[in-house]
Design a protein around this ligand. Structure first.
Ligand SMILES: C[S@@+](CC[C@H](N)C(=O)[O-])C[C@H]1O[C@@H](n2cnc3c(N)ncnc32)[C@H](O)[C@@H]1O
Length: 398
């Protein structure tokens, strides 16, 4: 999933930072889960992962990557796929060859959803394709009608009790991912493009989400600053937003797709959509961490860090972000030594900062001057990612 700040390219670096700080296993808390890529990776490496995010579509990713117990049987809807040929196995992510047979029900169900189920006009056609009155060009009318039909079908199976919880989340993530690959956008959903990009003209293709094996974790949709008080973990991984772009305003279409199957009909979501791009009201998921106003961002980050009950923290941030390196280091030191202020030098030695050269996220390059501010000495395409790792002082002594 194209997600602003997705850490997929940095997973090995993050694990290395955790290992250098002395963490080889235990519970990891991923407090700003986003696409769920980091939690999924830690689960695959044997960690128990708990995570949260403000967005409902992130909850869907977390549910699939952390809680999914294995391949779904889709027994409740067997009559729809039983007689069909499975769709080609390239739609199966990351599975070893011997795993393929356990995914056959899903591959057959994809055949049903893509080829047997008639397309229909619903909220996606009306609100997110040019066929609707607002003329929003996120999806072609054909792809929008296919998604409408699939969402409608998932909802009706859910209401009839034919799917278990993990089957519902797997289907939702598959739809979000498929829509993302044909969405007519550049990077985020903040705007659609005026003319159709090549990818958006392809037919919608569902894939099986890339689930992993590992300890079953926990997915949440809570505000980090409240939820952190309830979590006890070994390692806290922090990857907060780093600029002013609010995720609620930039990922409204995935958010709508994740919510629709859980509703009784399209109506209540459709009634809320507004503006040029069909936003969902997003103020309830507005984050102070995206604010450049006064000290809002710093105060909010400080609150989260000071409340953390962990043995160590790994913190990702962009050098172009709202917080400076000094501010982040100060917060981490204060947290690490809070019961032992005289041990600041120990904390300082324990702190590790890696700078990782990184290619700029696509929409940051084409975005407004407000969003795009290369750091001193960097080219337009180059941005460095910071990775801090710190252990609490009392832990150093054990
Ligand atoms: C940089 S992204 C995380 C990316 C993620 N690590 C990944 O690999 O996809 C930051 C995330 O923080 C979430 N967020 C922002 N403020 C939050 C808050 N107060 N509580 C929980 N999540 C928040 C956003 O919704 C967004 O998904």
């Amino acid at each position: 999933m194209r997600w602003l700040g997705n850490k997929t390219p940095l997973l090995e670096e993050i694990l290395l930072a955790a290992e250098r700080a002395g963490f080889q296993g235990g519970t990891v808390c991923d407090l700003f889960a986003g696409s769920g890529a980091v939690g999924r990776f830690f689960r695959s490496r044997g960690f128990h992962v708990v995570s949260t995010d403000l967005m409902h579509c992130s909850l869907a990713f977390q549910k699939v990557y952390l809680e999914c117990p294995g391949p779904p049987s889709f027994l409740g809807v067997q009559q729809f796929w039983d007689q069909l040929e499975p769709i080609d196995a390239s739609r199966l992510h990351d599975a070893e060859p011997q795993d393929i047979s356990s995914w056959t029900p899903f591959l057959k169900l994809i055949r049903y959803l893509e080829e047997e189920l008639p397309a229909m006009e619903g909220i996606l056609v009306r609100q997110f394709s040019p066929a609707g009155a607002a003329g929003r060009g996120y999806l072609t009318p054909e792809n929008a009608a296919r998604i409408d039909a699939i969402i409608h079908q998932i909802r009706s199976w859910r209401i009839s009790g034919l799917l278990d919880e993990s089957e519902i989340w797997l289907l939702i993530v598959s739809v979000i991912d498929a829509a993302d690959r044909v969405a007519n956008i550049s990077g985020t959903y903040g705007a659609y493009l005026k003319s159709w990009q090549q990818n958006s003209l392809h037919d919608l293709k569902l894939r099986i989400p890339s689930t992993v094996e590992g300890p079953v974790g926990e997915a949440h949709r809570c505000d980090a600053s409240d939820w952190i008080e309830q979590v006890d973990c070994d390692l806290l991984y922090l990857d907060p937003p780093y600029n002013q772009r609010q995720y609620g305003a930039n990922y409204h279409l995935p958010e709508v797709l994740s919510l629709l199957p859980m509703e009784e009909s399209d109506d209540s979501i459709e009634a809320q959509l507004y503006g040029k791009t069909g936003l969902l009201p997003w103020k309830d998921v507005a984050s102070p961490l995206c604010s450049r106003r006064g000290t809002e961002c710093r105060d909010s980050m400080e609150t989260v860090i000071q409340r953390a009950r962990a043995r160590g923290i790994v913190f990702s941030y962009s050098e172009e972000g709202i917080l400076s390196r000094d501010q982040i280091e100060q917060m981490l030191y204060r947290w690490a030594v809070q019961e032992h202020p005289s041990d600041a030098s120990v904390a300082s030695r324990a702190n590790i900062l890696h700078e990782i050269p990184y290619r700029r996220f696509k929409s940051d390059r084409s975005g407004s001057a407000r969003n795009f501010r290369p750091a001193e000495g960097r080219t337009e395409d180059e941005v460095h990612e910071w990775l801090f790792a710190i252990r609490r002082v009392q832990e150093e002594r054990c």
